[in-house]
Design a protein around this ligand. Structure first.
Ligand code: SF4
Ligand code: SF4
Length: 181
């Protein structure tokens, strides 16, 4: 296994609902085959329709390998985060890339703990979806006033994570649209 593969197996952030909340399929992707392999592919009613499946991805295994690797969609084949690209190009060392990945994972784990404390316990939802639900509850006044400090900590932690993600992981072409970021 090469260093780039080891980096991704230590990470998984582009598959587990941390950096993206959906995988969009294109005309070159075999939606039927992916569906037959258990991925909940849906087609939106928008114009043009969007074919996609949600993250955390059901094909992501515990060891962070991809269960449908040979059939993975173009979005998955083409995405290389900034940390990965920098390491591959020799702009940073692989140990430095691994440190960035571990830092991001620690921050994402902390966010999930805070979301859990706020009652957002659905681990099958992407991080930003859970954060937005917590935000809506607080802003609508439905949240427990005792949760105010936790929500303040969550907001700050989300801000720091978002900065890290945009500095180190998303590249200009890969930055998700606002509904996914
Ligand atoms: S976010 Fe980057 S390092 Fe992590 S799994 Fe994806 S491509 Fe690999
Ligand atoms: S299909 Fe594979 S590569 Fe794509 S998001 Fe799922 S686990 Fe990751």
């Amino acid at each position: 296994m090469n260093s780039a593969q080891q980096l991704c197996l230590a990470c998984g952030l582009c598959c587990d609902g941390t950096l993206f909340n959906h995988v969009r399929l294109g005309p070159e992707d075999d939606a039927k085959r992916l569906k037959a392999q258990g991925l909940p592919v849906t087609v939106s009613r928008t114009k043009p329709p969007v074919t996609r499946f949600p993250q955390p991805c059901g094909a992501l295994c515990v060891d962070r390998t991809c269960r449908v690797y040979a059939d993975r969609p173009r979005q998955c084949r083409s995405f290389e985060c900034g940390v990965y690209k920098d390491a591959l190009a020799g702009r940073i060392s692989f140990p430095a890339a691994l440190r960035s990945v571990r830092k991001a994972r620690r921050q994402a784990d902390h966010l999930r703990q805070l979301l859990h404390q706020l009652g957002e316990t659905d681990e099958q939802s992407a991080l930003t979806d859970r954060f937005q639900r917590a935000q809506r509850r607080v802003e609508s006044g439905k949240a427990d006033p005792a949760d105010g400090d936790t929500y303040a900590e969550l907001s700050l932690a989300m801000h720091h994570f978002s900065l890290l993600a945009h500095q180190k992981f998303y590249t200009r072409a890969d930055t998700p649209p606002p509904e996914q970021a």
